[in-house]
Write a protein that binds this ligand. Sequence first.
Ligand SMILES: Cc1cc2nc3c(=O)[nH]c(=O)nc-3n(C[C@H](O)[C@H](O)[C@H](O)COP(=O)(O)OP(=O)(O)OC[C@H]3O[C@@H](n4cnc5c(N)ncnc54)[C@H](O)[C@@H]3O)c2cc1C
Ligand SMILES: NC(=O)c1ccc[n+]([C@@H]2O[C@H](COP(=O)([O-])OP(=O)(O)OC[C@H]3O[C@@H](n4cnc5c(N)ncnc54)[C@H](O)[C@@H]3O)[C@@H](O)[C@H]2O)c1
Length: 475
Amino acid sequence: MPEPLRADLCVIGAGSGGLNVAAAGAQLGLSTVLIEGGEMGGDCLNSGCVPSKALIAAARVATQHRLSAAFGVDYAPPRIDFARVRAHVKEAIAAIEPHDSQARYEGLGVRVVRAMARFTGPDRLIAGEQEIAARRFCIATGANPAIPDIVGLDQVPFRTLNDIFDLETLPSHLLIIGGGSGGCELGQAFRRLGARVTILEMKCLLGDADPELVEVVRRRLCAEGVVLREGAQAISVSRQGANLRLTLQEDSKRDTIEGSHLLVAAGRVPASDGLGLEAAGIARQGKAITIDGRCRTSNRRVWAIGDVTGGPQFTHWASHQALVVIKSMMLRLPARTRPLILPRVTFTDPELAQVGMTEVEARAAGHDRLVVRRWPFAENDRAETDRTTAGFVKLVATPKGRILGAGIAGVSAGELIQSWSLALAAGLSLRAFTEMITVYPTLGDASKRAASGFYAERLLNDRTRRWVRWMARWS
Ligand SMILES: Cc1cc2nc3c(=O)[nH]c(=O)nc-3n(C[C@H](O)[C@H](O)[C@H](O)COP(=O)(O)OP(=O)(O)OC[C@H]3O[C@@H](n4cnc5c(N)ncnc54)[C@H](O)[C@@H]3O)c2cc1C
Ligand SMILES: NC(=O)c1ccc[n+]([C@@H]2O[C@H](COP(=O)([O-])OP(=O)(O)OC[C@H]3O[C@@H](n4cnc5c(N)ncnc54)[C@H](O)[C@@H]3O)[C@@H](O)[C@H]2O)c1
């Protein structure tokens, strides 16, 4: 048994959240231990954001021939070499890997321990053979795929978002359980690469998003041949020769579908089992570690961030929480997480991006006198030149122009939403957008037009016209 380690800070989990806290701890002069039981970089690098976006990029290239003819450019239909698509995905991971590597963190002065951690008391834990006592802890252990209760699922081969990127051949017919961000992004990508795809969603597609924006994505998925079965719950599955047969419940009806492969994308559950939380007096609700607005747990030495806290599951939310921990735990500054300014993006094509409240959320929060403004990309000159006119910008504001939320469905919505994120974070009103000079011709101009629409309606009325005519007499 090695000598127990003593540290100022011990971080558990080297993913999106934990890496930020560990780097800051070491750079601010704290003796810092980082414990990782799996791959450095966590879910985002190894089985989440990076491989999914790399696959989506390959799928986008595979659609070029369908879009090019309208521009007068003819390409032959592509031949997909799935082994090389997979190699591209692995290369993307490999290119980013050094940023999250053990060597880089050791270079920053972090002591890295590669083992699973388990608390043995309120101020200590064990990781493999190594005992570690620390003044402060930060738990950032992420989440695991949720496996729904489906009869026969334990008897058939299936993939989750964790291992779908290891597939060696393109499925001929991929059945996907779950029409959330994971199911939609990957469903469209596999379809574009040549697979038949059926998505089963027991509620409705991208259920947390604004339904009007979702409709833009839904239409495109259907047009590209993704079969959507909304309101269909997968209840049992069995083998049917080389295929899998899935039984679904739709209202009072039952139906079966067959496919070659099954992907379960039915959400993710906080990875808090096996952490010995009881020994450390750390409370949880279900599997989610309970935290306050500063990410502090019920043990005052211990903070928790990222997917394990059961809130929004995004890399940038884990990073935002990490910053709150750095400010409040290390720098003793007042800092709290700000869920209302969290942007969410689904990287389908078109993309669906939102920040702040949706119209439904704003009404539920008691904003009865809402102003809703939309600006379609069909009115945007750059979208016309580029033939990317699907979708629109939607704003939700108070009658005085305070921004409550913004949503965008369209090409590059994930990039375009950033200016709305900044506006919400900085407390800017719609007026700030009207005063911005946007570059012509850009898609970003649609944001300004949507904001201008809010004021134009007030300005372009009979009262203003009478006043302008009256003033004109004097000049
Ligand atoms: C397919 C997919 C696509 C996604 N795309 C996006 C996207 O485009 N944008 C976005 O913002 N988010 C995306 N996400 C979500 C994002 O990946 C997660 O929200 C993010 O990685 C959470 O970070 P984390 O630090 O909480 O956990 P993780 O990054 O998962 O890190 C947790 C780490 O803790 C380790 N660990 C667990 N238990 C222990 C233990 N007991 N001891 C030691 N180590 C332990 C794990 O091995 C892991 O490395 C996607 C997720 C998936 C599945
Ligand atoms: N672009 C992004 O930021 C991005 C992309 C992918 C994943 N993620 C994150 O990863 C996490 C996991 O993604 P996900 O898509 O698995 O989860 P999700 O929670 O977004 O969607 C899961 C869906 O599965 C459905 N479902 C569950 N059981 C079912 C059943 N038996 N039959 C039919 N439908 C069923 C649910 O109704 C839900 O809509 C999410 O929390 C998300 O935040 C983010």
